[in-house]
Design a binder for this molecule. Structure first.
Ligand code: GUN
Length: 298
């Protein structure tokens, strides 16, 4: 693709995340069917949902449905909101040691009595299908990725599927969370972008966004990125998922204005969300295959 250098109005190509995710899910399904036909077992994902947060319950439900679609076994653990940190760590240790479990997912956010960092650090990096463990983030940082954080890796695959070439692009990531913004920056660096990370202390957010070939919004603030800031012909990826008072789900980018300027844009919902879930499925299969590979050498 090439960049437009004029400011005339254009309408972006809307990247259909569901379509790309479904193609990935079909591929995972057929890979798992192939495993079963050769006598191997299906992957198994343990999903821990602490308490009864409504939004988390919806995310976990979507993950379970995806597991069913592709043939991954999922095992639900739903401890109460008042579970102690020690009890949760003990559950994780049990799952770490269980050879029939390939992936361990602890849905965040966790209740305040639990130190999320301690929980994530205890998960066996080989079963860390969210790609949140410091070991796996470190692998990505030193250009040796293994299990990669689902949303950032999903974004890369989504852009590749849309035919976007990332090498040399000026990329601006807005948001620096451990789970999304930071690994997103590392993924884009690995893909050959020149990366700028913006955050709450950034002096002039608009000036960074205005010069970006690729904007990735991951701040979790509805309407933070104004459409007029988007450089004509830029690529816009919106990772934000914000629920408005009306109940409507919206991203971080002012979509209607941005789509008049961008060359490519992802919608919310129906953009990055489905790819994240599909990448989680891919990681679960990969985690099993990696452990099988190691076992075959010992
Ligand atoms: N909470 C919101 N998104 C995610 C995710 O991708 N993984 C986990 N474990 N928790 C989340």
């Amino acid at each position: 693709m090439s960049f437009r250098d004029d400011t005339t109005s254009m309408t972006a190509q809307i990247i259909d995340g569901k379509l790309i995710a479904n193609a990935l899910l079909d591929k995972i399904k057929s890979d798992i069917e192939l495993r079963l036909s050769t006598g191997k077992r299906a992957p198994c994902l343990a999903v821990i949902l602490v308490g009864d947060d409504a939004a988390s319950a919806i995310y976990v439900r979507n993950k379970r449905i995806a597991c069913e679609k592709v043939g991954i076994q999922s095992i639900a653990h739903n401890p109460p909101a008042n579970i102690s940190e020690i009890e949760l760590l003990s559950l994780i240790q049990t799952l770490n040691l269980d050879p029939t479990i390939d992936g361990i997912l602890v849905q965040s956010p966790l209740p305040s009595q639990i130190d999320e960092n301690a929980v994530l650090a205890l998960i066996d990096p080989a079963k860390d299908i969210d790609g949140f463990h410091p070991f796996n983030i470190g692998r990505l940082a030193v250009r040796q990725p293994t299990l990669r954080s689902c949303t950032p890796f999903g974004v890369i695959k989504m852009l590749q599927a849309a035919g976007v070439s990332l090498k040399g692009l000026d990329a601006v990531v807005v948001g620096v969370s451990n789970h999304v913004g930071r690994p997103m920056g590392l993924e884009l660096l690995l893909a050959g972008c020149t990366v700028t990370s913006c955050h709450r202390h950034t002096k002039d957010l608009a000036s960074h966004v205005r010069r970006a070939d690729l904007v990735v919004a991951a701040a979790g603030k509805a309407g933070l990125i104004q459409g007029e800031w988007i450089k004509p012909g830029a690529i816009v990826v919106d990772i934000g998922i914000n629920r408005l008072a009306s109940g409507k789900i919206t991203g971080d980018v002012d979509f209607e204005t941005a789509k008049q300027r961008a060359a490519f844009i992802t919608p919310v919902p129906g953009g990055v969300g489905p790819i994240t879930v599909a990448t989680l499925m891919e990681n679960t299969l990969k985690a099993l295959e990696m452990r099988e590979q190691i076992a075959s050498h010992t």
